[in-house]
Design a protein around this ligand. Structure first.
Ligand code: SF4
Length: 395
């Protein structure tokens, strides 16, 4: 079997920090040229030092962040060349680029398309000016619509839109209006995320000062159900709790690698990687490693020819089992019983069958593919956290 690679590039720059976001990014864009040079060095060094040994063509490249659309065509060209030298990109490689609608122009997009970008993920978040302002976004609803049109005009049809819901006072009617506005842009994919309060964010601080009240959980669940039903009625494929594709062939290949616990390489400050470390006594040992969230330290280390500061952990069997359950239950592929049996040394069904029967009897899950897959229903996804906890207690 030809192995293929999944590559993630963290672009740690934003024009302004959104109020809800805890991703690592800086607003000093003057460091972009140094960052791009350091990134190209990191990619080269890691493949030379065998930290990220290439095993085949790259299946996916994902530019995330941060705001990758702050990079210019020359930056993208440098990065893609470095990736191609180390991992071999090909025509089929899914190359996704996250973009903020407030930072896009058509000439830049056309250059990106020529360089090989074939999928754009637009951070629309809302079409409502009040919510855009609350979230601290730098763009208007109109500029999000124009951004989608510019992406398409540049020849990139594979467009994903990000929306946030569960905003204070949001009703089912409001949310379906947002989804309708998104579908009017004819995207291939939608990511609909429930607003969460992350420590360290401005919204979290506002909450502590009683200036922001998150939506009650029961209302959030109502919105989740409404969004799922609305998109299903429109024929969309709900293939992960927060992700929908217009057709199964338009699911995100890159994100699927995360959900299926397939190894991936992450480059850039704060980027994580997941890799097979060794095979001991016939059992695979996996590790996770990451670069420190420190842009200046990252640039300085690579300027002097060293890899940047990083951390790592070897995943215990217990951790891998937990992650398998946590990510598997989030997807419409569910838990693959054969993989479970392998991970649990043939004891998966012994351990979990009573819980699985109970969930199935209560309409929260079903078995598919002649009993080979255990998949949560929509009602099950609405209780995802407590179901995952029930599994984890048995690990
Ligand atoms: S949501 Fe996107 S644009 Fe806003 S701060 Fe986070 S990474 Fe930057």
């Amino acid at each position: 079997m030809i192995e293929s690679e999944h590559l993630y590039i963290h672009v740690p720059f934003c024009v302004k920090k959104c109020r809800y976001c805890d991703f690592y990014s800086k607003t000093d864009v003057s460091l972009i040229p140094d960052y791009v040079a350091a990134l190209a060095r990191e990619i080269r060094l890691r493949s030379q030092l065998n930290v990220s040994p290439p095993k085949g063509n790259a299946a996916t490249v994902y530019f995330g962040g941060g705001t990758p659309s702050l990079l210019g065509p020359r930056h993208i060209e440098t990065i893609l060349k470095a990736l191609d030298n180390a991992f071999s990109l090909c025509r089929e490689t899914e190359i996704t680029f996250e973009a903020n609608p407030g930072t896009l122009d058509e000439i830049q997009l056309t250059s990106f398309q020529h360089l090989g970008i074939n999928r754009v993920s637009l951070g629309v978040q809302s079409f409502d000016p009040v919510y855009l302002s609350l979230l601290g976004r730098i763009h208007s609803a109109d500029s999000a619509v124009q951004a989608a049109e510019k992406v398409r005009a540049a020849g990139i049809d594979n467009i994903s839109l990000d929306l946030i819901y569960g905003l204070p006072g949001q009703t089912v009617e409001h949310l379906t209006g947002e989804l309708g506005a998104a579908l009017n842009l004819n995207p291939a994919h939608l990511s609909c995320y429930m607003l969460t309060l992350e420590p360290g964010t401005a919204l979290h601080a506002m909450h502590e000062q009683n200036r922001f009240m998150p939506m009650a959980q029961t209302d959030q669940v109502d919105l989740f159900r409404a969004a799922a039903k609305y998109l299903k009625a429109c024929g969309w494929d709900h293939y992960e709790v927060s992700n929908f594709a217009k057709h199964t062939s338009l699911r995100s290949v890159h994100n699927r690698a995360y959900w299926q616990m397939v190894p991936y390489h992450g480059f850039g400050p704060a980027a994580h990687s997941y890799a097979l470390k060794s095979v001991a006594d016939g059992a695979a040992v996996y590790k996770r490693f990451w670069n420190a969230p420190d842009l200046e330290g990252y640039i300085n280390a690579l300027k002097s020819g060293r890899l940047p500061a990083s951390g790592h952990e070897i995943l215990t069997l217990e951790q891998r089992r937990m992650e398998y359950v946590m990510v598997g239950l989030r997807t419409s592929m569910g838990l693959d019983i054969r993989t479970g049996q392998h991970l649990w040394q043939d004891r998966f069904l012994t351990v979990f069958q009573p819980l699985m029967d109970d969930l199935e009897n209560n309409g929260l899950a079903r078995c598919q593919d002649a009993g080979q897959r255990f998949v949560l229903t929509l009602d099950g996804w609405m209780r995802l956290d407590s179901i995952v906890s029930s599994f984890v207690q048995l690990i």
